[in-house]
Design a protein around this ligand. Sequence first.
Ligand code: FAQ
Length: 337
Amino acid sequence: MYTQAMDLMAKEGKSEAPLLRSAEEIALQQRFDARIDAGEFMEAKDWLPENYRKTLLRQISQHAHSEIVGMLPEGNWITRAPTLKRKAILLAKVQDEGGHGLYLYAAAETLGSSRDQMLEALHSGKAKYSSIFNYPTLSWADVGVIGWLVDGAAIMNQVPICRCSYAPYARAMVRICREESFHQRQGFDSLLVMMQRGTPAQQDMVQDAVNRWWWPTLMMFGPPDDQSPNSAQSMRWGIKRISNDELRQKFVDAAVEQAKVLGVSLPDPELRWNEARQHYDFGAIDWSEFWRVVGGDGPCNRERLSARVKAWEDGAWVRDAALAHAARQTERARRQA
Ligand code: FAQ
């Protein structure tokens, strides 16, 4: 009884194939748009436009992969942490990142993709993960700098996602942000101890780590707004609330003040306060390096991917055992019924 209607709106940016949509689907789309405009949150059971679903799946699965791959650079230092206290903190932090990956995979699964599909995309190199985790951790100071700068950038980017229009993602982010905040503080504290009570060699080690991580951290926020193909639509849908460039600027403004407290310099001769803008100006980012790393040719891309593939292959017996156990339990329950 529903009239079939032709919606001649072409797919965004493409003029070829017009979409054939039912009147019912158009009404659902209008209701979705109105709810987005009213700032409402969507749940997994709600009708969602296909492109909204795809965009979320892309972002959430990339985010999950980033957390899991992000365990590797710091995990590299667990066996060599300088004290028992630092080792316990680092172990907890790396485990937290694993937990974040799991919340995020679970949120992504509500959009209709299986965890196996997402992991296959990561292992085959099809899926992206954050560029930052393709850089090496050369000294103990890198662990502190990852906490201070990388987790600091992650929080700056992730706090607005707590208000993302897709509720399962927003809910996961609330808990993740609380934990990331502890991660940032522990990194800052570790660096502060080295800068205030360390030897000159330890202080140099911190400065060297800051020099190497500063620019890659600024790249974490993604390409400039005018070169970010997904931003406009994601902002309209309330998936992204603040743009890549705005978040990057907020991060620079905060990090410069924190660097003063630490007593480290930031490796950018153009970094200076701009009274008119009420922000720090900073130098040009090398976007060719960013795209090279995103494209798979960073210092550690191959190592990171092969570590994840090996972990997956080594864990096959655990998955097989869990499935065999579940099948036996089901069979037992069936016999007892
Ligand atoms: N690395 O159009 P946009 C963490 C890609 S978690 C690699 O601007 P969008 C915790 C982008 O995917 C860190 N690729 O894209 C931790 C797109 O490609 P596609 C991860 C990047 O989605 C700390 C293309 O460039 N955080 O650190 C990057 O609107 C310490 C064009 O870009 C999240 O994932 C990049 N940095 O904005 C763990 C937060 N940037 O997919 C362990 C959630 C951009 O079209 C230790 N994600 N690309 O082929 C987001 O907020 C967004 O996805 C952005 C990118 C802002 C990352």
